[in-house]
Design a protein around this ligand. Structure first.
Ligand SMILES: Nc1nc2c(ncn2[C@@H]2O[C@H](COP(=O)(O)OP(=O)(O)OP(=O)(O)O)[C@@H](O)[C@H]2O)c(=O)[nH]1
Ligand SMILES: [Mg+2]
Length: 334
């Protein structure tokens, strides 16, 4: 299951209570106060994890609570702090106040940690209240409450390249060919039902990520097809790669597809269609694609167009290198 939006209630652990007690020994029957402090309540922390690709793990439960600090005890024993609760989220998770929608933090990098609710301080034991005028205080504090908050988590995938295209254009076939990801591919529309991110790795350890999202069709902004729901996952990509069915297998043509796709992006988010873009002219193994490609080039003489056949090309080494080059030098893209 893929879930990219969820709201949860969080409460950090309360502090442990302070203790009221007095030293009682055989030869010291009226010893001083020795009640220990309560332990700190456990914080609740959000942590990004590269092993998590959706917020599904947080969708089964609404309420998450940090552990309470242990109460203080006699003989000056302070209570232990409550255990910290760590909630793992995918990289690219935006954390907002549930009601105001104000952004609290953008967990955009791997290994990021953010304390979303702090545990309460432990209450002081009676030994803390001793003074010259009151050497036998009975007073002690209860622990302070942990912070509470309701948050909304929204995943906006962060990838270097976002594949955008009509259903069946070959986006998933391409992702499978370029990376180690194994997305499902099939000759019918809407095979991909949720975003998948693949990683392309080089011998010098450079790596970049590619996000494959469900296909878009005209009217997506009116919720036709799968609608715009998944476009948030290409909002934050550096380069958009429009994957076109150059052969027009489904009875359309690549230049109209390109215009419609750009239009849908713009209707989803103003300015998105102006993002640095390239075109991947796919299905070049089919005869009809040759003429269509020439017409596409005539229509868009300045576009970066890569001609490929995701299904039949034997090597994608050049394409992966070219994409790397563009990521490292995005100014080359007009
Ligand atoms: N002839 C030919 N067929 C291709 C090529 N690339 C993909 N296909 C076929 O086109 C069909 C759709 O491919 P997918 O990769 O599932 O397409 P998609 O863009 O991910 O589609 P959705 O997930 O539905 O949006 C599959 O049957 C592929 O085998 C290609 O270069 N040449
Ligand atoms: Mg697909």
């Amino acid at each position: 299951m893929f879930i990219d939006k969820v709201w949860i209630q969080i409460k950090a652990g309360d502090g442990g209570n302070g203790c009221s007690s007095f030293l009682r020994e055989k030869f010291n029957p009226n010893g001083g106060p020795n009640g220990g402090d309560g332990g700190l309540g456990g914080n609740v922390i959000l942590e990004t994890s590269e092993g998590h690709h959706s917020l599904v793990d947080l969708s089964y439960k609404r309420f998450y609570q940090g552990e309470k600090g242990v109460n203080g005890q006699g003989k000056g024993m302070h209570g232990k702090a409550g255990k910290v609760l760590i909630l793992k989220v995918p990289v690219g998770t935006l954390v907002k106040h549930r009601r105001t929608k104000d952004l609290i933090v953008d967990l955009a990098h791997p290994g990021m940690r953010y304390t979303i609710a702090e545990g309460g301080q432990g209450g002081r034991g009676n030994s803390r209240f001793a003074s010259a005028s009151n050497r036998a205080p009975r007073e002690c504090e209860v622990g302070f409450p942990g912070e509470e908050i309701e948050i909304e988590l929204e995943l906006k995938t962060i990838a270097d390249i976002g594949l955008v295209g009509y259903p069946n254009a070959g986006k998933s076939t391409l992702l499978g060919a370029l990376s180690a990801a194994h997305p499902k591919t099939a000759p019918y529309p809407f095979t991909t039902l949720h975003p998948i991110v693949g990683v392309v790795e080089f011998d010098d350890f450079m790596r970049y990520t590619i996000a494959d999202i469900p296909g878009l069709i005209e009217g997506a902004h009116d919720n036709v097809g799968l609608g715009h729901a998944f476009l948030r996952h290409v909002e934050r990509t550096t380069i958009l790669a429009f994957v076109l069915d150059t052969a027009g297998v489904d009875g359309r043509n690549p230049w109209d597809d390109f215009e419609t796709l750009k239009n849908e992006l713009e209707l989803y988010m103003k300015g998105l269609s102006k993002r640095k873009s390239i075109v991947i002219a796919n299905k070049m193994d089919l005869e009809e694609s040759k003429e269509n490609l020439e017409l596409l080039k005539q229509e868009y003489p300045n576009l970066h167009i890569f001609e490929i056949s995701a299904a039949t090309d034997e090597s994608f080494t050049q394409l992966t290198k070219d994409l790397r080059n563009l990521l490292e030098n995005p100014d080359q893209i007009i």
